[in-house]
Ligand binder design. Structure first.
Ligand code: BGC
Length: 236
């Protein structure tokens, strides 16, 4: 076994309600339990970064993968609708790397979730249902980064996130939310003509509708398991 093979990755999922971490081996297998703290409010960069550093303490890892709930380009955060406006243009990869002393890669949370969920064949679409609504699109395993269905118009002048985010679920209840979700699935299928749809995120557990054959629920932990894929390209 080479040194590279023994690398341990700290996977971090920054969410609107919780920040979760887990250490993965080189194959993406969990080496620790999932650890979680509440997302600080207001969710400004400093306390959120401090929370990640706090969760990393006492854990052994060589590199870090972060899923962030907004658009991320080259490790720099560009939006964070469900966190705080102060996240505009924060070089999160660089700041965390300095504080943790290891290389850090940051991508959108739904992209990371997707990397953990997909099979790598055909057109695969991932949607995440949590505080916000996220999405990730893949062709033969290659990611189209920063798809933002959540802020795209869905129906009645509302976005997918306004209709299906956590606030909407609490407001209208599970039955109506499932009705809306089935309309959303139909709309997304018409738009993307995907081969497979994966539904993840903390509220995927509330899905009770009969899903079409090409759609499946993925467990929330997938958001962390995708953390290993961020480093795969380096091997080739
Ligand atoms: C953000 C997305 C994110 C999603 C889920 C949305 O509000 O714009 O980037 O993936 O929430 O966290």
């Amino acid at each position: 076994m080479t040194d590279e093979k023994r690398l341990q990755t700290l996977a971090v999922d920054i969410g609107g309600s919780g920040i979760k971490v887990m250490v993965l081996d080189e194959n993406g297998k969990p080496l620790t339990e999932r650890d979680r703290v509440e997302t600080p409010h207001p969710a400004k960069p400093e306390p959120v970064i401090a929370a990640v550093v706090g969760l990393a303490k006492g854990k052994a890892f060589d590199r870090v993968s972060v899923g962030f709930p907004g658009v991320v380009k080259a490790g720099v955060t560009k939006t964070a609708v469900n966190l705080d406006p102060d996240w505009l243009n924060v070089d999160l990869a660089d700041v965390l790397s300095q504080q943790l002393g290891t290389p850090v890669r940051v991508i959108n949370d739904a992209d990371m979730q997707g990397l953990g969920a997909i099979e790598g064949q055909g057109v695969e679409l991932v949607i995440t249902l949590g505080t916000g609504v996220g999405g990730a699109l893949f062709l033969d395993g290659k990611l189209v980064p920063n798809l933002e269905p959540g802020h795209h118009e869905f129906r009645k002048g509302d976005t997918y996130e306004q209709q299906l985010g956590n606030a909407a679920l609490e407001d209208i209840g599970k039955r109506k939310w499932n009705d809306r979700l089935s309309k959303a699935i139909a709309s997304l299928e018409h738009l993307f003509n995907y081969d497979t749809l994966y539904i993840g995120g903390g509220n995927a557990k509330c899905v009770t509708l009969d899903l079409p054959q090409n759609a499946k629920i993925v467990p929330n932990v997938t958001g962390l398991l995708g953390g290993i894929a961020l480093w795969r390209e380096e091997k080739s």
